[in-house]
Design a binder for this molecule. Sequence first.
Ligand code: GLU
Length: 278
Amino acid sequence: MTSRFAPSPTGRLHAGHAYSAVRAHDLARAAGGRFLLRIEDIDPGRARVEHIAGIEEDLRWLGLTWDGPVWRQSERLPAYGAALDGLRGAGLLYPCFCTRAEIAASASAPHGTPPVYPGTCRHLADDPARRAAVPHAWRINMGKAVSRAGPLLWHDATEGWVSAAPTAQGDVVLARKDAPVSYHLAVTVDDAAQGITDVVRGRDLFEATHVHRLLQALLELPTPRYHHHPLLADAAGRRLAKRDGAPGLAAMRAAGVDPVELLARLRGGGIGFTPQTA
Ligand code: GLU
């Protein structure tokens, strides 16, 4: 059994990240399995190399250990390229030239949710000259992919067997305009390449798993078991998030928080956890 923690180095870890890391770590250790650390640094606008060492330091301070080398997604681009080529060759991808503003204007989405792509570029005739000249993303033709893959199931530790239902998310991006791969593709390829048997992550990624299950089928990759855990909330019941000033592990450390006690609190609690900063 192999689990992983896969943070994006857009900042240092806060208690919500630590909670996820502890759950993934403990699941593996309890089974005598392996716990891997993977840095998801494919976002050129937000990932910062200096946060990578910081994240490792935060985890070590908390007392977590991981096995094997730390993978960085920025070093895995050829593997993603090969997966994209396979899907492109199967006629399941198309280039999309739309800007964010165009998508927002033409898509209807409830406030606060990302717009579902309206399919503007889906049936454009291929135009290599335009592709060479104009930045573009690559999207999956979701309808075609779903009918190609047929019915699919995945297993969640809390929900049990789930029918994969990625259609509602529309033609998601697999290669970004500003990066050669998207989260959905990179995470699917890497979980398989690292032999991850158990994916432990926050409930906020539950819907993403529908897309990952589809990609596993199309790329003929194994399907891990999933453990989507509740998100930590602050004392006011709000989800811990960096932008709302959730205290980082580094700040807790500087404030003299005892990591052993913090670890015990993360293990025991979860919802309603209120980080202690003094
Ligand atoms: N890198 C993602 C994040 O930091 C998590 C990916 C995953 O666990 O699948 O939100």
